[in-house]
Design a binder for this molecule. Structure first.
Ligand code: SF4
Ligand code: SF4
Length: 56
């Protein structure tokens, strides 16, 4: 299962820089994770200041 970024995201971009497979991109007002690319490593959750990426 992939991680999903919830609405707490403040679009800081820290998660995208740390994703090892480049699965995160800037969306409309927040960042989004490509579920087909995500390898479920959890790095985005650790990097996020507001805990927006959530394991599903
Ligand atoms: Fe990228 Fe890992 Fe976050 Fe998936 S869990 S989006 S692979 S940093
Ligand atoms: Fe959004 Fe958190 Fe990623 Fe920053 S690190 S863009 S707040 S999900």
């Amino acid at each position: 299962m992939a991680y999903i970024i919830n609405d707490d995201c403040i679009a800081c971009g820290a998660c995208a820089e740390g994703c090892p497979v480049d699965a995160i991109s800037e969306g409309d007002g927040k960042y989004v994770i490509d579920a087909d690319t995500c390898i479920d490593c959890g790095a985005c959750a650790e990097a996020c200041p507001v805990a927006a990426p959530q394991a599903q």
